[in-house]
Write a protein that binds this ligand. Structure first.
Ligand SMILES: [Zn+2]
Length: 478
């Protein structure tokens, strides 16, 4: 029997605010000594009262707008009660019945290659927990993270495979980064994700029992865990068993999911409105003001790149995945007058990405500025250097931060385009290889490439290959 998977995602992203959600502690605690970013509020000392962080509310609304959500006129913070040593208050301030934003959607590429809508149920605001550190014989708790604003984005179960879930997550990360609301860095825990997975016979409209998978700490583990869990559920059903509703964790080291506990229901948390905070009334004028801060989002940028620069859709998609790469492309294209933007895109997504990946740096942390790359592309386009030399020059620019023209001049890389000099070389090569010349003349014209190769070798790659080819064709009598 054919099965299909039904996947919904819950993503938590730490918001980039100066202070924590309900107190004035510095929210940027990365690398800090344990328990140095704490105060009576986030330590939940008796009598301490929370105050809502306006910037966190603003960034949540901005994200809600980017995800096509409706922004609530009245939102309410709620207590989510549960006991865990990293939760100082014994409850987490979250949102339950009246979240800030609801009913949005996000477009991804479906498994059939067509655009697909994933509905967003809600994006609400809450606070992060502290962190347990396990050492030999003891568990220590660090409250630096406790109270950091956390945006929870819940999708409807609209994804049908691990790949679609992966693309959803990637798209969400891109949008959060475009908005500047979160670093969305999964490896540093700034973005975390859980998935609900169930399977059912393909075409059925009955929902199977869902399993929640947690501890998905990287993009890779999301894909692997979901693939594993889908397979496990299908095998369970096929062998006559029943899928049990549980919460599983992903064991990266062993490559399988493990049962953590039976699934909690909402009533287990005994939600109730947070009595220490007033309901949040969101003025429409403020929402409009925030809407004006929305940047051009990745899909819109991709479509504009196709329209404005004549790029292929796939090339445009690659460039817009990272906003700084998209900006880099536009700056280079505007500095490189006369050079087709598609060529600029090729150099960035090809040679430059290659260098960035090998060095493990981002496009903003390397010395080849858009102006410098444009300078190099102009040298190639004018024929001063050929394509292959251009690649070598880019590598040197990347290492030294010099301009292309400086490197070309110093290293004597300019292309040999002196027709008289090249003609002598071409004639000599022909006379030294009369057998090959005869083969060419008797109709095996593809051997021209071999002749060009000889000339390129003798000039150490500096000859203009187009001119060399023309000279050979002329001298060989075609
Ligand atoms: Zn604090």
């Amino acid at each position: 029997m054919e099965y299909e998977a039904i996947i919904g995602m819950e993503v938590h992203a730490q918001l980039l605010t100066k202070s924590k959600m309900f107190c004035s502690c510095d929210a940027d605690f990365f690398g800090a000594e344990p328990n140095t970013h704490v105060c009576p509020v986030c330590m939940a000392l008796p009598g301490a009262l929370p105050v809502i962080n306006r910037e966190a509310v603003k960034k949540t609304i901005l994200t809600g707008l980017a995800l096509n959500c409706s922004i609530a006129e009245d939102a309410v913070f709620a207590r989510k009660n549960y006991m865990y040593p990293d939760l100082p208050k014994g409850y987490q301030i979250s949102q339950y019945e009246l979240p800030l934003t609801v009913n949005g959607w996000l477009q991804i590429e479906g498994d059939d290659g067509k655009p697909k809508i994933v509905r967003i149920r809600r994006a609400h605001l809450e606070e992060d927990t502290g962190k347990l550190v396990h050492v030999e014989g003891a568990s220590l708790v660090d409250f630096n993270r406790a109270g950091v604003p956390l945006l929870e984005i819940v999708s409807e179960p609209d994804m049908r495979s691990a790949d679609e879930a992966y693309r959803y997550l990637l798209k969400l990360r891109t949008i959060l980064r475009y908005l500047g609301v979160s670093t969305a860095d999964m490896e540093k825990g700034a973005m975390r994700c859980e998935a609900n997975v169930s399977v059912r016979p393909a075409g059925s409209d009955v929902l199977g029992t869902k399993v929640e998978v947690k501890n998905l700490n990287s993009f890779r583990s999301v894909r692997q865990a979901l693939e594993y869990e889908i397979k496990r559920q299908i095998e369970t059903i096929e062998s006559g068993g029943r899928v049990v509703q549980v919460t599983m964790g992903w064991d990266m080291a062993h490559g399988h999911t493990v049962v953590q506990r039976s699934k909690e229901e909402a009533h287990d948390y005994r939600y109730f409105p947070e009595p220490d905070l007033p309901p949040l009334h969101v003025e429409r004028e403020w929402v409009e003001e925030i809407a004006e801060c929305l940047p051009e989002l990745p899909d819109a940028k991709r479509d504009r790149f196709v329209r404005q620069y004549g790029l292929e859709k796939s090339a445009a998609s690659t460039l817009v995945e990272d906003r700084s790469v998209a900006d880099y492309f536009e700056e280079t294209a505007s500095s490189a007058e006369g050079i087709p933007p598609a060529q600029v895109a090729n150099w960035i997504a090809g040679e430059l990405f290659h260098l960035l990946n090998a060095a493990g740096v981002s496009i903003g942390d390397q010395p080849v500025t858009p102006k410098r790359l444009a300078g190099l592309l102009k040298l190639v386009a004018s024929g001063a250097i050929n394509q292959n030399t251009g690649k070598d020059v880019l590598k040197k620019m990347f290492q030294t931060g010099e301009n292309a023209s400086t490197i070309v001049e110093r290293d004597g890389l300019a292309q040999v385009r002196d027709e008289d000099a090249l003609l002598g070389l071409v004639r000599r090569i022909i006379s030294e290889n009369s057998k090959e010349a005869d083969r060419y003349r008797s109709g095996k014209v593809s051997i021209i490439g071999w002749f060009v190769g000889q000339a390129m070798r003798e000039t150490h790659g500096k000859a203009d290959p187009k001119l060399v080819r023309e000279l050979f064709q002329r001298e060989l009598g075609r």
